[in-house]
Design a protein around this ligand. Structure first.
Ligand code: BYC
Ligand code: FE
Ligand code: FE
Length: 466
C-alpha cells in the first residue's frame, strides 16, 4: 500500500521518516480506540461518506461507500500563504513561526492538547446513537461527523508529533487514554463529559457545541504558529457540515412539532417533542457550550493574545491588533448585586469570542422561530441569559434565572426544572428514540430533510446494512 493510501496527507510525510514512523506507531492505537469506543455497531456497514483527499475545493469532498474503520483519516493543512506575518499581539508584523518558539512551547502544547481532546471525546459521547437513529440519512450524518472528528484528532496529533518531540508523543497517547465521562480519567473540558444519549441532545450538541469549535478554530487559525493556523483553517471547512447537522436537525424537530400543533394535536401525546421540552434542552446545551469559552476575565486569554498564539474571530476585521488600550464592560456580581466592571480588552478575549458565538447561535434560533411562525404558531424559542447555569467564569457557583436575575440557592432548586430538562422530559425524549433503519422511513418526532446529501434523495440508501 502506498503511503498516501495509508495516511493521506499534504505535508510531505514521506520525506520525514521520523515523523512518519511516529504516526505509523500511533495509527494502530487510534484504530484500537476507534473500535473500542467509536460508533457501537455499524462498523461493518457501508456508509456513504465524504472523505478529504486533498485541500483543493474540487478535490477534498469525495463521496463514496466506506466502512468506517477503512475511512482514510488524513493530515491536511490549508495551503501556505507566502509571507504571512503575525496579525496581532506583541509580535504584530513579525514573520509567522514554522517551528515552536521555545518560550511558547508550554502554552502552545496546552492549547493544542485542549483542542485535540474534544475531538475523540465527542466520538465517545455519541457512540451509541446509531441504534436509535431516526433515519438512514441521519445515521449517515452522525457517522460523517464522527469520522471527521477522528480526522480532527489526527490533525492535532500531527502537530504534537511534528513539533513537540517526546512530550508530544506522550500527549498523543494520553488523548486515546482519557474517556468522556470517566470520573478517573475524564476529558478536559466540561461539556465533553456530558452524556449524549438521545438524538435531541445530539442535534443540540452539533448546533451549540460544534459551534464553539467553529469559533475556537477561527481564533486558532489566526495563530502566529503557522502549522496550527493552517491545520485549523482546514478543520473549519469540515465544521460547517457538523453545524448544519445540528441547526437543521433541530429545525426538523421544530417543524414536526409545529405541524402537529397546527393540526390541534399535543406533540407530546403524538410521539414528538413539545416546545417547552425543546427549550429546556436548548437551555442546557447552549449554557454548557458557553462555558467552553472559559472565564469572562482571563489572564490566560490575555497571555495567548499577547504571545500571538490565539487571536480573535476574523482578526483582520479589527482596527487595533495590539489591544492594549480601551476596555470592555462585563456585568459582575458584587455584594449580591450586578454591577458593570471595566476589564482590559486583552483580558476580555474569551468574552469577545463568546459575543460572536452568541450572535451566531441567535441566527440559528431565529431560523427555528421562522419555522414556528410559518406554521401560524405564537410560541417562540429563545437563548437564555449568558449568566444562566454557568459552571465556568465569574458566574460559576451563582444562581440566575433564564432572564439573568440573581436567585438564591433555594429559589434555584425549586425552579430549575422549569429551565433545564427534568427527569420526566428525559424519560419522554428517551421513549421516542426507536431506531429507523429502512431507506425512506423516518421516526415520528422529526420531519424529513428538505434535501439529501450530495444531491441524493432522502430515500437514498445512505447506510447499507451488512
Ligand atoms: N471546562 O482563564 P480561563 C471543538 C479551565 S470545541 C473545564 O477561564 P482559558 C469540538 C481552563 O483550562 C473547541 N475547564 O480559561 C466541538 C483553566 O485551567 P487552569 C475546543 C475549563 O484558559 C464539538 C481554568 O479553567 N477548542 O472543537 O482562557 C465536537 C481557568 O481558565 C473550562 C478549544 O477549547 C471548561 N469549560 O481557557 C468536537 C481551544 N473552561 O489553567 C470538537 C483551545 C476553562 O486553571 N482552548 N477551563 O488549569 C483554549 O483556547 C482555552 O483553553 C479555553 C479557555 C477556550 C478552553
Ligand atoms: Fe472537530
Ligand atoms: Fe465538529
Amino acid at each position: 500500500m502506498s503511503l498516501n493510501d495509508k495516511i493521506p496527507n499534504n505535508v510531505n510525510l514521506s520525506d520525514d521518516r521520523r515523523l512518519l514512523r511516529a504516526l505509523e506507531q500511533w495509527q494502530p492505537s487510534f484504530l484500537d480506540w476507534w473500535q473500542q469506543v467509536g460508533p457501537e455497531g455499524f462498523q461493518g456497514d457501508d456508509v456513504y461518506l465524504r472523505t478529504a483527499i486533498s485541500v483543493h475545493t474540487d478535490g477534498w469532498a469525495h463521496f463514496d461507500y466506506v466502512k468506517m474503520p477503512d475511512y482514510r483519516w488524513g493530515i491536511f493543512l490549508a495551503p501556505t500563504e507566502t509571507e504571512r506575518s503575525i496579525g496581532f499581539g506583541d509580535h504584530l508584523g513579525d514573520p509567522v513561526w514554522q517551528e515552536v518558539p521555545g518560550e511558547l512551547r508550554n502554552m502552545l502544547r496546552r492549547i493544542i492538547v485542549t483542542q485535540a481532546d474534544t475531538e475523540p471525546a465527542s466520538v465517545e459521547q455519541q457512540r451509541r446513537l446509531g441504534h436509535t437513529a431516526p433515519s438512514l440519512y441521519d445515521l449517515r450524518n452522525l457517522f460523517q461527523v464522527n469520522v471527521e472528528e477522528g480526522r480532527h484528532l489526527w490533525a492535532m496529533v500531527h502537530l504534537l508529533h511534528a513539533h513537540f518531540g517526546k512530550d508530544g508523543r506522550e500527549e498523543a497517547e494520553e488523548l486515546l487514554a482519557r474517556r468522556s465521562g470517566d470520573p478517573d480519567k475524564p476529558r478536559i473540558l466540561g461539556a465533553f463529559n456530558e452524556p449524549i444519549s438521545d438524538w435531541l441532545s445530539f442535534y443540540m450538541f452539533t448546533m451549540f457545541t460544534d459551534r464553539d469549535g467553529k469559533f475556537q478554530l477561527y481564533a486558532l487559525s489566526e495563530s502566529g504558529f503557522d502549522p496550527l493556523a493552517r491545520a485549523t483553517k482546514f478543520m473549519i471547512t469540515e465544521e460547517a457540515h457538523h453545524m448544519f447537522v445540528g441547526e437543521m436537525g433541530c429545525d426538523r424537530v421544530v417543524q414536526r412539532t409545529a405541524e402537529l400543533m397546527r393540526a390541534g394535536k399535543d406533540p407530546r401525546a403524538e410521539g414528538a417533542v413539545d416546545v417547552a421540552t425543546f427549550q429546556r434542552y436548548l437551555n442546557l446545551w447552549y449554557t454548557l457550550s458557553l462555558d467552553l469559552f472559559g472565564g469572562e476575565i482571563s489572564s490566560n486569554a490575555a497571555d495567548f493574545f499577547a504571545a500571538g498564539v490565539k487571536g480573535r474571530y476574523k482578526e483582520a476585521q479589527h482596527e487595533d491588533h495590539v489591544a492594549l488600550t480601551g476596555d470592555y464592560v462585563v456585568p459582575v456580581v458584587r455584594n449580591g448585586a450586578l454591577v458593570e466592571e471595566k476589564v482590559a480588552v486583552r483580558n476580555a478575549m474569551n468574552e469577545i469570542l463568546r459575543d460572536h458565538y452568541v450572535e451566531d447561535c441567535q441566527r440559528g434560533v431565529d431560523r427555528w422561530n421562522r419555522t414556528l411562525e410559518r406554521a401560524g404558531l405564537s410560541e417562540r424559542l429563545r437563548l437564555p441569559s449568558r449568566r444562566f447555569h454557568r459552571q465556568q467564569g465569574i458566574h460559576a457557583g451563582l444562581c440566575f434565572d433564564t432572564e439573568g436575575n440573581l436567585l438564591t440557592g433555594d429559589q434555584w432548586e425549586a425552579r430549575k426544572h422549569e429551565w433545564l430538562p427534568s427527569p420526566a422530559d428525559r424519560a419522554h425524549v428517551t421513549s421516542l428514540m426507536q431506531g429507523v433503519h429502512q431507506p425512506g422511513r423516518i421516526a415520528s418526532w422529526i420531519a424529513p430533510p428538505a434535501k439529501g446529501i450530495n444531491g441524493q434523495a432522502f430515500e437514498f440508501e445512505y447506510v447499507r446494512r451488512s
